[in-house]
Ligand binder design. Structure first.
Ligand SMILES: [Zn+2]
Length: 244
């Protein structure tokens, strides 16, 4: 398990040698290899997550380099999943990186890619993907970590823990057509991506270590700066999870 590579991480009482073995035996799916997705993949690769399945259909553009920290000028024009996989395996060749070059458009397709994973990570830029992730997570009984960033602020939360709230409990009115602020409309601060990915990666590691994060949403601002916590409870009338 390359003890030297993980020596400082295994010193942490929250992880230790047994926790590192758990992390090594784990698999995560990251939906999206843009700013948040590539940053998350970088963190989890360095931490030694055994298998990372990365899904994206886009190619790297010059305008991505301001915030998509895995990529450089040599990546421009290359599929993000391919550029990411090459970089991630240079960082840590001892793990498995799986790439899916596709824009997921159906529940069945996502279900197929998510089956067998330990944690699902939202690094998407649209509500349709998040609603699908929530449905897939509920169906498979897999927790997922939601991350959203706009400007210099954003939010992170873990949904679909056993008996816990789901995304629809948190956002009951949201639909596939709900428009989001994105990098093109609101701009985006690179450090906000780092903050979001760091908070969400910690949630993912806690899930992999079987010490789940609290049932709450973290609202952060990387400029002010601040982090606010809001407790989140399961909605007994939730249209997505109340029958489960
Ligand atoms: Zn719910």
């Amino acid at each position: 398990m390359e003890p030297e590579r993980y020596a400082t991480q295994t010193l942490l009482p929250e992880i230790g040698y047994s926790g590192q073995k758990l992390i090594r035996a784990s698999s995560v799916l990251i939906l999206g290899a843009g700013a948040v997705g590539s940053h998350l993949a970088g963190i989890l690769t360095r931490c030694g997550v055994g298998k990372i399945r990365l899904i994206d259909s886009d190619r790297v553009e010059i305008g991505n380099l301001q915030r998509q920290n895995l990529f450089d000028e040599h990546s421009v024009g290359i599929l993000k999943v391919e550029a990411a996989a090459e970089k991630l395996l240079r960082i840590n060749p001892g793990i498995c990186i799986e790439t899916v070059k596709a824009r997921i458009s159906s529940f069945a397709e996502l279900l197929d890619h998510a089956a067998g994973m330990d944690v699902l990570l939202d690094a998407s830029d649209n509500q349709k993907a998040r609603i699908m992730l929530n449905q897939v997570a509920l169906r498979l009984g897999i927790p997922w970590v939601h991350t959203a960033v706009a400007g210099h602020s954003g939010q992170c939360a873990c949904f679909c823990l056993s008996g816990g709230p789901c995304y629809a409990c948190f956002m009951p009115a949201v639909s596939e057509n709900t428009k989001l602020s994105d990098a093109q409309s609101s701009g985006i601060l690179n450090p906000a991506i780092g903050m979001a990915a760091s908070l969400s990666a910690s949630m993912a590691l806690k899930l992999l270590l079987k010490t789940p994060p609290d049932r709450e949403v973290l609202f952060f601002d990387a400029w002010v700066p601040e982090i606010r916590r809001m407790e989140l409870n399961k909605d007994p009338h939730c249209r997505a999870c109340s029958s489960r």
